[in-house]
Design a protein around this ligand. Structure first.
Ligand SMILES: CCCCCCC[C@H](O)CC(=O)SCCNC(=O)CCNC(=O)[C@H](O)C(C)(C)COP(=O)([O-])OP(=O)([O-])OC[C@H]1O[C@@H](n2cnc3c(N)ncnc32)[C@H](O)[C@@H]1OP(=O)([O-])[O-]
Ligand SMILES: NC(=O)c1ccc[n+]([C@@H]2O[C@H](COP(=O)([O-])OP(=O)(O)OC[C@H]3O[C@@H](n4cnc5c(N)ncnc54)[C@H](O)[C@@H]3O)[C@@H](O)[C@H]2O)c1
Length: 720
């Protein structure tokens, strides 16, 4: 794992632990033994640490964190490096991150290849750089840069690292050769000034001021997240305490974080995200044995909210797009709107003026689908109407080349029904983007019963290419995301039973959701949900009234319909579940006593006896109903694994990453407890079928050994 050789009186310790040279036990042992061996060898003048393959170590081995670790620990390896009697040079390329950068900071000199990046991403795993990174970085960069880098986890370029004093030289060409050349130029110079444990923090006298300012920012930016604050405390220690005591404080804070629930969830999320990109179909095809097609051109049909956003995602990634609308006027409006959105990105510094022009150059409009005969993929995003979508797919089937993929952005409709009107159902799939499509990271890809592995591989790959996190779902009503989301439904029932919208929003926000469910509803528009409910009623041949309390034997809340009838359509009309001060263009929700009156009247009319509702009940009702549906989704094979579901929630609904996702959260609460509460709510609310307990969950609780291992995460038992 660490290859040792001596060349030109340099001991070269080449770290060889693909894919990212993580500092697992054998690497730590190899480094420790290699440095001791080189230090004792009179033929060796200097030691060079370098990574084999694509990178210098990108950190400690995160997989080791979930089992009892073994010495030598990283700080011990680090101190052996620093106290060597020979100068140690770290030659950095790729991504020198976390423990990798810490090893480099124990070295006496650091040389970086021009494209290298360095950083401390531990905060994203709910940790801090625990091998004295928080003590050593401020000694090189000063407090402000160290605070910013460590609490944000940001990777900095070699050029910036040079400016900050993190590296001593940036080189081009052969890194080892250049490192040797640099080493020769400094050989013989005293090592003591190069040992960071002997240096002070130069702006230590300013620490309280910097700490307070940074803390204020962090509390605003990372509500409820604990690791950034621990990072900050440790950096403060680096300035206030003698080196050894600061290192002890760092170790204590690191251990606290490591044993906490947030880091467990964040480490799980790291692996879940990577697991979600791997997929298996029931027919044996998988990401490992299916090759994607290359997408060189695309078309998007329907340039409304979603279609315009999807087109932006594609052109931003350099894929030329033909955007189709019903007529020239609508097309013109849509193209203008896309221009404005990209202008906004330029203003926010997310793209340059030239990049905007490049995007617009590869976007062309069309008022008919006849022009789509040569594109590699079509993504349809017209109204959510099966008949309309089928008409379009029937035409596309005739117009497009036989190899083209035909995809729909439908949020709910069965992909098999859409594919059934084409002669090539193997080429049909769902590509479900989330609004606003040019911002939200999730792409929920859907396969039907005839979708081919090549089609699946291509849409999963396309997601990656356009910067999305792709998750695969089998077709069903609502797929993973919309089918599982029971928060809105339960929240409305809770309001009928005694809570008020702002109570529920507060509890959900305290839980970590960026915005409560009623605020979200105001933002997207009360009319959206109203149309969906009317459409559903039409399908079932029923009429909804303001007194409707049951639909087909299922409990129904007409509270939102009352808002609609009052013209309270949300933010756009200045009133919805909340009131808004439209005169000052404010988006800040204000609690409205009229809404409370409306709710109380509604309950009186329907003779619903209101009661006190606890925050605990709000969380359980909103989340456990959702989790129960998640287990049904697994049971039916709609999602292949719980990690897929959790990633959908993190990236589609901004579920707090530090809670892992609803499925991981349930495992942390304890599946038995969750199951018992679901059974309790099922008894209490027999007219909501989402409380009917999932068989899979029941089995997991009563006969865990009978559940196929791939249906449940590896992390459940170990709790990370
Ligand atoms: C006594 C006290 C001791 C305290 C010691 C503390 C030390 C320290 O402060 C803590 C750390 O370093 S914490 C660590 C701080 N460092 C970080 O947080 C860096 C985390 N890593 C990254 O950010 C990205 O992987 C890179 C940017 C490195 C590469 O990106 P890319 O090129 O797109 O590649 P990719 O697809 O992302 O990964 C490829 C494969 O490698 C896998 N893998 C990756 N890193 C791993 C690791 N550290 N480990 C294990 N595995 C790791 C990854 O799972 C995947 O395998 P899979 O089988 O497909 O799942
Ligand atoms: N809005 C969301 O939040 C959201 C999120 C995910 C998925 N979706 C799904 O995306 C699809 C589009 O939703 P939207 O919100 O963008 O709707 P929208 O009403 O904003 O846009 C639909 C567009 O399709 C155009 N159109 C209709 N028929 C057409 C035709 N024959 N040829 C060309 N263009 C045609 C319309 O003119 C309109 O501009 C729906 O299937 C919806 O369920 C919506």
């Amino acid at each position: 794992m660490v290859d040792y050789r001596v060349e030109d009186q340099f001991a070269i310790l080449e770290i060889n632990n693909p894919p990212v040279n993580a500092l697992s036990l054998h690497v730590r042992e190899g480094l420790l033994n290699g440095v001791l061996r080189a230090s004792a060898d009179n033929n060796v003048k200097a030691i060079i640490l370098i990574g084999k393959g694509k990178t210098f170590p990108s950190g400690a081995d995160i997989k080791e964190f979930s089992r009892p670790g073994k010495a030598p620990w990283l700080p011990e390896v680090g101190h052996t490096i620093e106290s060597s009697n020979k100068p140690v040079f770290s030659a950095l390329h790729g991504t020198a991150l976390g423990g990798g950068l810490e090893i480099a900071l124990f070295s006496h000199y650091r040389i970086a290849e021009k494209t290298a990046k360095v950083g401390f991403p531990e905060v994203h795993l709910g940790l801090l750089p625990g091998a004295e990174g928080t003590i050593r970085l401020p000694r090189l960069t000063g407090l402000v840069i160290a605070m910013e880098m460590i609490t944000s986890g940001r990777q900095v370029s070699a050029k910036e690292a040079l400016k900050f004093g993190i590296v001593d030289k940036v080189v081009e060409g052969n890194l080892l050769k250049e490192t040797k050349a640099f080493a020769k130029s400094v050989l013989g110079q005293p090592l003591e000034p190069r040992k960071l444990s002997l240096c002070g923090v130069k702006d230590a006298d300013q620490v309280d001021k910097y700490y307070e300012a940074a803390l204020k920012e962090l509390l605003k930016k990372y509500r409820g997240v604990i690791a950034p604050v621990s990072c900050l405390k440790s950096i403060r220690g680096s300035a206030q305490l003698p080196y050894k005591e600061a290192a002890e404080l760092e170790r204590t804070l690191f251990s606290e974080l490591m044993s906490g629930a947030q880091s467990a969830a964040l480490r799980y999320s790291f692996f879940a995200e990577r697991a979600a990109s791997r997929w298996n179909l029931p027919n044996g095809a998988s990401s490992a044995n299916s090759k994607p097609l290359t997408i060189k051109s695309a078309a998007v049909i329907g340039a409304g909210t979603m279609g315009s956003g999807i087109a932006i995602c594609l052109i931003r990634s350099g894929i030329p797009v033909i955007l189709v609308e019903q007529n020239e006027k609508m097309l013109e409006n849509a193209l203008r709107n896309i221009g404005y959105i990209l202008q906004g990105s330029v203003k926010l510094g997310r793209m340059t003026v030239d990049q905007r022009s490049d995007c617009l150059r590869i976007l062309q409009g069309a008022a008919s689908i006849e022009k789509l005969k040569d594109v590699d993929i079509v993504i349809e995003a017209v109204y959510e109407n099966l008949k309309l979508k089928q008409e379009i797919f029937e035409k596309l089937d005739k117009i497009c080349k036989p190899t083209a993929l035909l995809c729909s952005n439908t949020s709910t409709l069965d992909i098999d029904l859409i594919a059934s009107v084409t002669s090539k159902p193997d080429r049909v799939a769902g590509t479900h983007f989330f609004a606003p499509a040019y911002i939200m990271k999730l792409l929920e890809n859907i396969y039907g019963s005839k979708t081919s592995p090549i089609t699946v591989a291509t849409i999963m790959d396309l997601g990656k290419k356009i910067g999305k996190i792709s998750v695969l779902s089998k077709t069903c009503d609502g797929f993973i995301a919309n089918r599982m989301n029971k928060i809105g439904t339960e929240a409305a029932f809770l309001v009928e039973e005694g809570a008020l919208p702002h109570d529920i929003d507060q509890v959900l926000e305290d839980f970590g959701m960026p915005m409560g469910v009623f605020k979200v509803s105001d933002l997207s528009g009360i009319d959206i949900g109203w149309s969906i409910r009317q459409e559903m009623a039409k399908k079932q041949g029923i009429t909804l009234t303001l007194e409707t309390h049951y639909v087909s034997g299922e409990r129904y809340s007409s509270l939102a319909d009352r808002l609609y009838n009052l013209g309270r359509l949300g933010l756009k009309t200045g009133k919805g579940w909340y009131r808004y001060n439209n005169a000052s263009n404010s988006r800040k929700p204000i609690i409205d006593p009229d809404v409370t009156d409306m709710i109380l009247n509604h309950c009186e009319k329907l003779r619903i006896k209101r009661r006190q509702i606890s925050p605990q009940e709000i969380i359980e009702r909103c989340l456990y109903a959702t989790v129960n549906e998640g287990f049904k989704i697994l049971e039916e094979g709609v999602a292949e694994k719980p990690e897929d579901i959790d990633i959908v929630w993190q990236y589609g609904f901004s579920f707090p990453r530090y809670r892992g996702g609803p499925m991981f959260y349930a495992s942390q609460v304890g599946l038995k407890k969750v199951y018992e509460r679901i059974c309790y709510y099922h008894e209490s609310f027999p007219y909501s079928k989402h409380w009917l307990p999932s068989d899979l969950l029941k089995k997991l609780v009563s006969h865990p050994n009978e559940v196929p291992i791939n249906l449940w995460m590896n992390y459940t038992n170990s709790k990370l």
